[in-house]
Ligand binder design. Sequence first.
Ligand code: NIG
Ligand code: FE
Length: 398
Amino acid sequence: MTTLFTNISQLATPAAGPQRGAGMGQLHITENAALLVRDGLIDWVGPAAEAPAAANTVDLRGRAVVPALVDPHTHAVWAGDRLADWEAKLSGATYEEILARGGGIRSTMRATAAATVAELVALARPRLQALRDSGAGTTEVKSGYGLEFDAEIRMLEAVRELQAEFELRPTLLIHVPPETGRAEYVQGVCKELIPRVAREGLAAAVDVFTEKEAFDVPETRAIFEAAKANGLKIKLHADQFHAIGGTELACELGALSVDHLEASGPAQIAALAASDTIATILPGVTLHLGLPAAPGRKLIDAGAIVAVGTDLNPGSSPVFSTQLALALAIRLNKLTPAEALTACTVNAAHALGLKDRGSLSVGQRADFAVLHGADWREVAYTLGHSPVTEVWVQGEKI
Ligand code: NIG
Ligand code: FE
């Protein structure tokens, strides 16, 4: 089955493959473009005047097309809320202080652990819908609010149910150490939880929150070794508040990505620039917590592969729009519009180990977003309103 998408005012896309450093700014822009899709894949793309014939035609009415966004970092499954914490934060309490006194994230964990799979599905669905309405064709979703292993599994089961409605990539997140018995907990994660998740096919990757208040580098290394031994990819939350060595470890072990990086300095930037591990920055956290911004500009100038995500979660980033994360990366992390599009498409896909999407080039999945306007830059410019009117996944309108 072939479909020719015509009357595209402008088609803007990064090349296929992870884009590093100066390559991130190099978009292919075609004016008056057409796109031929065969069985969900891109068969041809170029100027409309040269388009081949097709069985079906779809007129996109003079609007701009970009690759569907990929959100490489969300915690979209949670129960409860953090509204009281937020007010406390506004009166001066820091994220770490709230965490240290057992509030914050622990209240989300209690509420999430008490919820059924059906309740978690019902809570997550509108959040995932909002991300998709903002242009996200593929979204990563982490566990991590369960603590008890059965609750972690329920979070991943909720993601599995939602995979019937959304294109999702599930990640097992080892997020918060227990208040007592953490050595046994890490052992259980390695010997019981990770093997079970791998056996049941519940996650594609394992993520760890490596931080002074969470897991240290030796614990992270043990968890990563168990993940690899069970055939799972690895990702990392690192350098959010303190650079304690997580980024260096992730680069050494070939992690897909290291995420956050607000506290990264020259050593971490150099490690990422020298590796294929993707540096994922999360500007929603900068906006909501008033943290310093991750050094997006410096990472790109050093030659790193940078991706951008929402980090949608109730504590540090109530950002329900992948497109807003893209737009904020320009304002807060000093990316150019072209770099931000690359960061939210092909680089974000590679942060999930997905090589088949994120670029509108021959052989890639036909996952694309149609904008309201005729200029692709609206996807980067617009704040507070979705510039995306349609999302197509594998050549099908969602
Ligand atoms: O990515 N950094 C740790 N975890 C989350 C916050 C989760 C929460 O506070 O609920 C984050 O920012
Ligand atoms: Fe996160």
